[in-house]
Design a protein around this ligand. Sequence first.
Ligand code: NAD
Length: 320
Amino acid sequence: MTTLITGGAGFIGSYLAQLLVEEGERPILLDPAPVHGALIDIRDRFEYVQSSLGNLSVVLNIIKKYSIDRIFHLGGMLSAPSDENPWAAFDANVTGTYNVLEAARLGGVKQVIFSSTIAVYGKDLPSTPVDDATIQRPTSMYGSTKVFCELLGRFYARKFDLDFRGVRIPSVVGPGAKTAHMSIYNCWAIEEALKGQPYKLLCEPETRCPVIYFKDAGRALWLLAMAERSQIKTMIYNLAGIVPSFSAEDLVALIRDRIPEARLTFNPDPATVELLRELGSLILDDECARSEWGWEIAYPFAEMVDDFIKEFEEHTSWYV
Ligand SMILES: NC(=O)c1ccc[n+]([C@@H]2O[C@H](COP(=O)([O-])OP(=O)(O)OC[C@H]3O[C@@H](n4cnc5c(N)ncnc54)[C@H](O)[C@@H]3O)[C@@H](O)[C@H]2O)c1
């Protein structure tokens, strides 16, 4: 099995690359960014193509050159950058995913695993838990591009029998996250405390939001790919992350317990608070992922914070 990871130098992609290397694979990584962070330590154990998904021939040439059987498609732009530059987000997320699917079809790739997001949910949400049948009406550019890509993948599955699967990932927590977004306080409160720096959380103490540890996000993609095709009915699955969700105040208390010198304060920003209010009320149901391919998180709240601290202390140079 030869695997391509698009966005392989990213937060989740580089962890997934480590997982594949541990499994004995030699993955191919595609990313416009240079090799950095954790990848440097395993540089001789993967192939790297520093390029964009923006050109179909680039993707097709990689598939042919390396005889790719499976693609983990993670490359693209996240929520805040997509809202700032929706035109670039269209190219990276929509055209990029079209290029991946079309190159997969032309190049005979068997399986494409897609990283979608809980940001596909937006307006008109029910007060009951959001499951895989809940209406998807995002008002963000990011969410809209992901809904389209989910549907495009379903089309390729029906029309061309591509084994397309995906997960809707909640906000990912882990060391080394660089892009600011509304729920980034979950990462930066821990990381700044570890660096001995003061940090102001822009949310309210009672704010909650669905999160998942980066190791669980990477492992979910891997487990989904490993499941027998006959088990896959729903095709694209919600991941609920850590349930019940914890408040920002709970997080601060746990960090102070582990790092007593942590200097954390709240400085709520009205726009962030408003965005988080909608997200925080989201209760996700991931029963389909549990029943169809045995999904379960390995890192609940305290385990996540403890592993984050250990990971950062053991590999500080990867993350700063
Ligand atoms: N981080 C989260 O909280 C989160 C939550 C839900 C879903 N996701 C999804 O997971 C995937 C990975 O996210 P991440 O957290 O690792 O983000 P990230 O920004 O760290 O990684 C994305 C990678 O994609 C690369 N990229 C950007 N444009 C590209 C292009 N045109 N061609 C090829 N690569 C390109 C970037 O250089 C980056 O390395 C994304 O598809 C994202 O939408 C992330």
